[in-house]
Design a protein around this ligand. Structure first.
Ligand SMILES: *Cc1c(COP(=O)(O)O)cnc(C)c1O
Length: 403
């Protein structure tokens, strides 16, 4: 075989020899991307339906992002927070306007979702109250503070003791939340839709109840929109579906369009709980990352992508339902954050089968496939995928022809 034919296997070998074993060894090495497709080291092209885990909002190598980044890096690449610069100021103003909080909000920029949640955690501590109530199954990151918020004991246990005071209640259960929150609660921390748990959509009214419970107890409502924010669900922010405003919003993933950028937005008193000298990060609000984020936001707006995302998400759900495939238990999600729950633990096999057919999808759980494609995905490619999904699932369920 030529070296190109063995390139993915060679990369897997080098990965095992050089990269810490925290991740599984990737089956393919990617070398380039354009729009919604990526190409591996063996020259095979895939439709990217994961988008770098809900990050590549405009797909790969979008000209709006590449030119914004190229221009900014050639002009001013990094200055630290001892100095201000236009991209950061403009992005902060833009985020406050999109969130509908205007003068009432303030932004802290950082570099990842975990860090955005660390900032939120520190804001909660600054209330002077000890308790935080988060949700079972929730995912907020892997740093120690964000891991303490994460409601997945198997991820937490190897790193105990974690920062204290955090309790977890079943997601979507208003009575349990009401019971857990009291005058000692600094904050309720929730994802509007639990992404890593398998795209779990709470019952209608849950977030409104969470808002009401927080208000009644004088606690903050912190919404982790790291995965759901910046257009992913067909709204700028998922909370906008429910007509509420949280006290703290955390963002990352799609914000930088592929560049590492996180943000923690405080609203009202939460905007001012972190005082001078109480929090900082060297790279936060880096000009290049902020320029990329502005390009993402401008493009979502100018190309009407919110409406597109809302419509296409509904079409994909309806099309998968129409397959009426025996392996499928449920299709759910909002906008282009979707899950196909299966009747058996065949998601890893389905991912392999899909990859062989030229699709990248994610086994978010052993029985659940997640789709978080670029927001620019077109209907034709989405249709092609759903058509091929029938075969993918039949193969994964134990051989073609069985269905
Ligand atoms: C991915 C994710 C995080 C963690 O973000 P990192 O950038 O990986 O640190 C936090 N919260 C949610 C909801 C996420 O999906």
């Amino acid at each position: 075989m030529s070296s190109q034919q063995q390139a993915n296997a060679a990369a897997a070998h080098r990965w095992r020899e050089a990269i810490m074993p925290t991740y599984g060894t990737p089956a393919v090495e990617l070398v380039s991307g354009s729009g919604c497709t990526v190409t591996d080291a063996e020259g095979k092209t895939y439709l990217d339906l994961l988008g770098g885990i809900a990050v590549a909002a405009l797909g790969h190598a979008h000209s709006a992002v590449t030119s914004a980044v190229s221009e900014q890096i050639a002009k001013l690449g990094h200055v630290s927070n001892f100095y201000s610069h236009e991209p950061e100021l403009r992005l902060a103003e833009r985020l406050l306007q999109l969130a509908g909080v205007g003068d009432d909000g303030r932004v802290f920029f950082c570099n990842s979702g975990s860090e955005a949640n660390e900032a939120a955690f520190k804001i909660a501590r600054r209330t002077g109250r000890p308790g935080i109530v988060a949700a079972d199954g929730g995912f907020h990151g892997r740093t120690l503070g964000s891991l303490a918020l994460t409601g997945q004991p198997e991820k937490q246990r190897p790193f105990e003791p974690l920062p204290g005071g955090v309790s977890h209640v079943p997601f979507g259960d208003v009575a349990a939340l009401d019971e857990a929150v009291d005058e000692h609660t600094a904050a309720i921390v929730l994802e509007p839709i639990q992404g890593e748990a398998g795209v779990i959509v709470p019952p209608e009214g849950y977030l409104r109840s969470a808002r009401e419970i927080a208000d009644r107890n004088g606690a903050l409502l912190i919404l982790d929109e790291v995965q759901t924010g910046i257009g992913r669900t067909g709204h700028w922010f998922a909370f906008q579906r429910y007509g509420i405003v949280p006290d703290v919003i955390t963002l990352a993933k799609g914000l930088g369009g592929g560049l590492p950028l996180g943000a923690c937005i405080g609203v009202g008193r939460a905007a001012f709980l972190l005082e001078a000298g109480q929090h900082a990060t060297t790279f936060g609000g880096n000009p290049v990352c902020c320029a990329a984020a502005l390009a993402v936001i401008d493009t979502i707006e100018s190309e009407g992508l919110l409406e597109h995302v809302a419509r296409l998400g509904k079409e994909i759900i309806a099309a998968v339902e129409r397959l009426d495939h025996p392996a499928v238990r449920e299709v759910r999600g909002a906008g282009l954050l979707l899950a196909v729950e299966l009747n058996d633990d065949i998601a890893p096999a389905a991912v392999e089968s899909a990859r062989a057919r030229g699709y990248l999808i994610n086994p978010v759980r052993p029985d659940t496939l997640r789709l978080a494609p670029p927001l620019i995905l077109d209907g034709q490619r989405a249709n092609d995928f759903v058509r091929d999904l029938a075969e993918v699932l039949s193969e994964a369920a134990g051989g073609e022809g069985k269905n």
